[in-house]
Write a protein that binds this ligand. Structure first.
Ligand SMILES: C[S@@+](CC[C@H](N)C(=O)[O-])C[C@H]1O[C@@H](n2cnc3c(N)ncnc32)[C@H](O)[C@@H]1O
Length: 202
């Protein structure tokens, strides 16, 4: 399981514990902020999950490519999106392009679906292949980088250059999804919120 956005470790501890009880192997928590990650690391240790939960500090898209480059992952069974909302769609596309989603196996869970860029994320999941292609074209995402070139890009001289090269990469419109949206009202009645659970179809 891979989560994008770990904050101080609440979801990593809850999901990490459930993952271990279900026989899972590895929970990777990707967090951009080193202070939050340091707190999360201590709490994960305290919860006795240090052997299964690993926290990695960097922008999630850079970490994802590095994890594939370093052969730490070759697929993701459960992807949890809970980081900056305008990164849901670009990071989904990167995960698609890296071939990390397995048809009939992988599930994506996205929190806080309800406003702004999360609605674009939802619309993409629910679009057909032709429409997905159009959305990718209109976004200006890079279509020139294939998987091998992406893996090369993270070996750029500086982290900044690597981050920029891979931050807006076209996805794989051939992947088909089945999405269930669970909506609820937040603390404020006008605050619409929801969790999208998406299965990658076989
Ligand atoms: C809503 S919090 C995560 C909460 C956590 N999943 C939980 O339920 O306990 C969002 C976190 O995403 C992190 N974040 C935002 N953009 C990120 C990115 N591009 N890569 C990695 N982490 C990111 C933020 O620093 C913040 O800690």
């Amino acid at each position: 399981m891979v989560e994008l956005g770990g904050y101080v470790g609440y979801s990593a501890i809850r999901f990490g514990d459930a993952l271990r009880r279900a026989g899972g192997k590895q929970y990777l928590s990707l967090e951009i902020n080193s202070d939050y990650a340091a707190v999360a690391g201590k709490l994960v240790e305290l919860a006795g999950l240090g052997d299964i939960v690993r926290i990695i500090v960097a922008p999630a898209h850079l970490t994802l490519v590095r994890l594939v480059h370093d052969k730490i992952i070759d697929h993701v069974e459960l992807l949890f999106l809970d980081h900056f909302k305008d990164r849901y769609l670009p990071d989904l596309w990167l995960v698609e392009r890296l071939g990390l989603l397995k048809r009939g196996v992988s599930t994506i869970v996205a929190d806080n679906i309800g406003r702004g860029p999360t609605l674009e994320y939802l619309a993409y999941l629910q679009a057909d292949t032709a429409d997905k292609r159009k959305k990718i074209e209109q976004s200006g995402a890079r279509v020139d980088l294939d998987r091998a070139e992406l893996l090369q890009a993270v070996r750029a001289k500086s982290e900044e250059a690597a981050v920029t090269a891979i931050e807006n990469v076209a996805g794989d419109p051939s992947l088909e999804y089945e999405t269930e949206l669970h909506e609820f009202t937040g603390r404020h009645p006008s605050h619409k919120d929801g969790v999208a659970i998406t299965e990658v179809k076989a």
